[in-house]
Design a protein around this ligand. Structure first.
Ligand SMILES: NC(=O)c1ccc[n+]([C@@H]2O[C@H](COP(=O)([O-])OP(=O)(O)OC[C@H]3O[C@@H](n4cnc5c(N)ncnc54)[C@H](O)[C@@H]3O)[C@@H](O)[C@H]2O)c1
Length: 236
């Protein structure tokens, strides 16, 4: 049993970042008909060390059963609960260019609990068009629709990103996923995550130039930010 309910414990950011990875591995195991999994097997599937996996899951109060492992369905349920995935989240994508089109058509959001509900653009020739089954609206239209479970996705050129972020925040959006290569200034209480595929490619390029490094370190490092070791009190 856990010493303290999960709701009362602070879960390190690096652990939170790995929970979706565990969730994906557990979903694959469930689809394959696997009922229980050892920490070693789950760690292997998720690309992390088993000690780290056990530590991460201990923050949720999940310790598994010695000699049996973790109940796949139960652990998946616990992680979904911790990530807040039992609620429905609605995505609004702003900027319906090349990237906006691709994101709007991506079915993988819906299967993980995020429904693309609104598509927004400012260009008069784009507003009113149909993309992936939705009609593109402008910010005035969005203001009539928004609700507090909305997550904003910015797919505009970088010089428009701050203005778009400000407008989303003014509408009550508290979570933003930013694809534009721009640093956003946002008020406290608003969470921004940025996605930058070019940075990921640069990291790959670095490792390609340094073939001495263990290739598996690529995955591990991506999931193991340096801060993680500090959070866990490991020696530098
Ligand atoms: N993070 C990544 O890995 C990644 C990958 C590809 C593209 N991007 C970035 O995504 C962004 C979009 O790229 P793209 O190729 O789709 O561009 P694009 O030019 O094809 O589309 C941009 C769209 O944004 C709209 N727009 C501009 N200003 C707006 C505003 N203030 N409000 C609402 N809509 C507005 C435009 O009308 C246009 O439809 C760029 O910033 C690009 O650098 C990031």
């Amino acid at each position: 049993m856990s010493a303290e309910p999960a709701a009362h414990r602070v879960i390190p950011g690096a652990t939170v970042a790995r929970l979706p990875v565990y969730l994906r591995a557990l979903s694959a195991l469930a689809t394959a008909g696997t009922d229980t999994v050892s920490s070693e097997e789950l760690a292997e599937a998720a690309g992390v060390r088993s000690a780290k996996l056990r530590k991460d899951l201990s923050y949720l109060g999940s310790y598994g059963v010695r000699g049996v492992g973790y109940d796949v369905a139960r652990l998946r349920d616990e992680i979904e609960g911790e990530l807040g995935l039992r609620h429905d989240f609605s995505l609004v994508i702003v900027g319906m260019g090349n990237l906006g089109h691709a994101l709007a058509a991506y079915s993988g959001f819906a299967t993980r609990g995020f429904a693309v509900r609104w598509l927004v653009d400012e260009a008069p020739d784009v507003v009113g068009t149909r993309i992936a089954g939705l009609t593109v609206i402008d910010f005035d239209g969005l203001a009539r629709e928004c609700n507090d479970s909305m997550i904003g996705v910015i797919a505009t050129p970088p010089d428009a990103a701050q203005d778009v972020a400000d407008r989303l925040v003014a509408l009550g959006v508290r979570s933003i996923l930013n694809f534009a290569p721009a640093v956003l200034s946002i008020p406290s209480g608003v969470e921004v995550r940025k996605v930058d595929l070019a940075t990921e490619l640069q990291i790959l390029a670095f490792h390609q130039q340094h073939p001495r490094l263990d290739p598996k370190a690529l995955d591990r490092d991506a999931l193991d930010p340096k801060t993680d070791d500090l959070e866990e009190g490991a020696a530098p």
